[in-house]
Design a protein around this ligand. Sequence first.
Ligand SMILES: [Zn+2]
Length: 330
Amino acid sequence: MNLSRRDFMKTSAGAAAAGLVSTAAAKTPEEVVREVKFIDIHAHATEGSFPNIRGRQILSRPEQLLAHYDRLGVEKGVLLGLGNPENFIGGMSTESILRICKTYPGRFIPGCNIDPRACGNDPSVNFGDFIKRYRDLGCRLLGEVVANFPVSDPRLQNLFRGCEEAGIPLTFHMSSHRGFSYGIVDDPGMPQLELSLQRFPKLKIFGHSPAFWSEIGTYETVDERNGYPKGPVKEEGAIPRLMRKYPNLYGDLSAGSGCRALSRDPAYAAKFLTEFQDRIMFGLDICCPTGYVSPLPEFLRNLFLSGSISEAVFRKVARGNQIRLLGLPS
Ligand SMILES: [Zn+2]
């Protein structure tokens, strides 16, 4: 803990003035860290019958995910569907997610998903009506959108339109090119995403995945978009540029990509989180229950404990933005 007592009093007073903490008894940073439970903006869980692939359980059952949550200090998570053919056969449907959320009230929030090829592969089909129906059943977010075709494809644009009409945000996974894994495809610098941000100004778009988060800075070769660029951010990339220009672009910090985009340069991370403190959200994206778990909880706690980010920023990224953007009970 590097904050001096004077700095700490200043931080606490500022946060109190912003209505973020009680003025009655300012908490120490250690107490804040113990108190603040994260909300995971990007979660997957499956009902018991989901098939394993080559003997490996590729998605967690709800109780396995909750065991991670309890260990990591996560209060609840938004369940996102993976019904696209790029992912799994018999992946998570919205209906399955709604059943899980009913079984574990207070721990999961439902998201819905629609493959943009659904209903006849027709870019004029009205997805807004379907999404409104899911919204009325409690779904707060649409995703994860992973169809492996260009962002400007009329079927994807049509899904964006339906989401904007229904008034719920959309989470995408981006891929660097067609035929590579899963995810919507954009060019370096994300020009097609920029056009979408212009075309659907009321749609809140949550960006996720290596091809998205590699754009936090510039990179040497386009191949770096498929992985995790390392080292300090020498020059800012498309993400900060687009976020400054378009208030409807948001960041989902889940998985290795979000956490690594910050941890590669903690000094820049603090600057980035502070500037975009109302639009960046904690997330984990835990898939296989025994697989990779992002060290993001520790990373964010340490940024706050070292005085690199304020209490207000820590609280917003950990859970406040999720509550505000999805209309969750606080
Ligand atoms: Zn995911």
